[in-house]
Write a protein of this length. Structure first.
Length: 509
């Protein structure tokens, strides 16, 4: 099992290509060996020149180690566990090796060259044999949207007998200009996706891994549902939870997400869960109920629609999307001629570049009304003053609690739009997400998640301090016990509210 990663130094760059060794924390001048639970991983550099450097990760798989401790009486015991393609074909075992051998690079950490860790590099990745039963086009479908140029060549069953046709293995070559951490994350997630199986125990922790290493690209990927199902090997409960959490982070285009494609095994599992009986997989009512659930609009779609309605109801024409991310709400609002100016603000230049690219693809009459620019929401910005409405959609939970007052002053005090729409997760609803541990947050970057009472206390306090009336709305289906998954507050500025000379606001006499 082999993967090679080559880095070519750009013309005019002052650093040598061998600095790839710094990013990988592996010296190009020597070979290194790492013991794995299933074999041995070797790291070596076939070439290490100033203009080009190639690292190879070679796995020697011991099939016996994979089944050690299992008896012949176990359900998964078979001769196939000893005679298989695992020593040769890139699979989830290679993903495990990437995470253990190149762990620092995968997480984007490099103390010696931190600036290089954030720099897109000219990379070429070669995988001699990858299981891909869907054929070369599946490799193209998953890697190409991420910025890779993909060459996937099917391997023959036997070169001596061409009439036998091609095998389900492909040779994959990827070229592109990406951060090394992003490239490794793509391999980590997508190799087991193409293979369609995982060679180790699968539990709810795999959802966190998927969201962690899919951050920044999976939510907007056109094949995200298929990727999620394959990564979680069609474990339907895990898949539903993962897709629900992805919807919380959704930055895809504003149209409704495609219905989740459910295969026969998934449908049977869903029906069984709906009736509480594994034998109920053929029950028509349960299957119909499951199908209806799967085809319902995602929470992200419902949330954007709710925010759109709320902003429209304020009569706003000039709107700020504060913390706009990759621009999903911007695209939603741009379709409405009621909004004459829409401005997206975000601290991340990477997110803004994606948002700007999406805006450029809009029809001209929509794109000319939308602008995006960088800004930090915890600092006052005079250019934001005077807008009719501002939106903080799934933003405040990403702000440290100690910085919330600064955000309040910057948005409600300094910018002081006519209306502010805020959405945030309802932590009470988390018990309805299968696989989310008690007390855990829906996303690793959340600093907090509030109950409905906590959100109401915060909103009413801010409204009173800065002169806004507040009303609350649930977003998404409402559970009678724990409410809706998302909670929304709509702040409307009191016209009689004035500001004193010290900058503190007070009611007008």
């Amino acid at each position: 099992m082999l993967v090679t990663i080559s880095c070519t130094r750009p013309v005019g760059a002052e650093w040598p290509a061998t600095d790839l060794g710094y990013l990988l924390h592996k010296n190009p001048s020597r070979r290194q060996t790492f013991e794995q639970s299933y074999g041995v991983a070797h790291v070596l550099y076939p070439e290490a020149r100033d203009d080009r450097c190639t690292v190879a990760l070679l796995l020697e798989i011991d099939p016996v180690r994979l089944v050690r401790g299992k008896s012949k009486g176990t359900p998964d015991f078979s001769l196939g566990q000893y005679v298989n393609d695992r020593p040769y074909a890139a699979s989830s075992l290679l993903s495990v090796a990437i995470s253990t051998v190149f762990g620092s690079a995968l997480h984007g950490r490099c103390a010696q060259r931190p600036e290089l860790a954030e720099t897109p590099l000219d990379l070429r990745i070669e995988l001699p044999a990858v299981p891909c039963k869907g054929g070369p086009e599946y490799a193209e479908r998953v890697f190409a949207p991420l910025g890779w140029t993909v060459v996937a060549t099917p391997l023959p069953l036997d070169p001596a007998f061409p009439e036998w046709g091609d095998s389900h293995y492909v040779r994959i070559e990827l070229t592109g200009t990406l951060r090394l951490a992003d490239a490794l994350a793509h391999l980590y997630v997508l190799l087991p996706v193409l293979d369609g199986s995982k060679h180790y125990w699968l539990d709810a922790a795999e959802i966190d891994k998927l969201l962690r290493f899919g951050e920044g690209w999976l939510t907007g990927h056109p094949e995200r549902e298929w990727i999620t199902r394959r990564y979680l090997t069609r474990r339907h409960t895990l898949v539903r939870t993962a897709l629900a959490r992805l919807a919380e982070l959704d930055d895809a285009a504003p149209e409704e997400l495609d219905a989740i494609e459910v295969d026969a095994d998934d449908a049977a599992d869903t029906a069984a869960e709906a009736t509480g009986d594994a034998a109920a997989g053929s029950d028509g009512d349960a299957a119909e109920s499951a199908e209806t659930e799967e085809h319902a609009p995602s929470l992200a779609v419902l949330r954007r629609a709710a925010v759109h309605r709320a902003v429209l109801a304020t009569g706003a024409s000039r709107v700020l999307d504060l913390g706009c991310g990759q621009g999903a709400l911007l695209l939603e609002l741009a379709t409405d001629r009621a909004f004459g100016e829409i401005v997206g603000i975000d601290v991340s230049m990477r997110e803004l570049k994606i948002a700007a690219r999406r805006v450029r693809r809009l029809p001209e009459w929509q794109a000319r009304r939308v602008t995006v620019r960088q800004g930090a929401l915890t600092y006052t910005d005079a250019s934001l003053k005077g807008y009719d409405a501002a939106v903080l959609m799934e933003v405040i939970e990403h702000v440290d609690a100690t910085r919330l007052k600064a955000l309040e002053q910057a948005v409600f005090g300094a910018a002081a739009p006519g209306a502010v729409v805020v959405t945030t997760p309802n932590s009470e609803f988390n018990v309805r997400y299968d696989g989310l541990a008690a007390g855990a947050f829906r996303h690793s970057d959340h600093r907090f998640e509030w109950t409905r009472a906590e959100f109401a206390d915060w909103a009413l306090r801010v409204g009173a301090a800065y002169g806004y009336a507040v009303r609350f709305e649930p977003v998404g289906p409402v559970d009678v016990e724990v409410g809706a998954s998302t909670q929304m507050a709509v702040f409307t500025r009191n016209n009689g509210f004035t500001e004193n000379h010290d900058g503190d606001e007070k009611g007008a006499a």
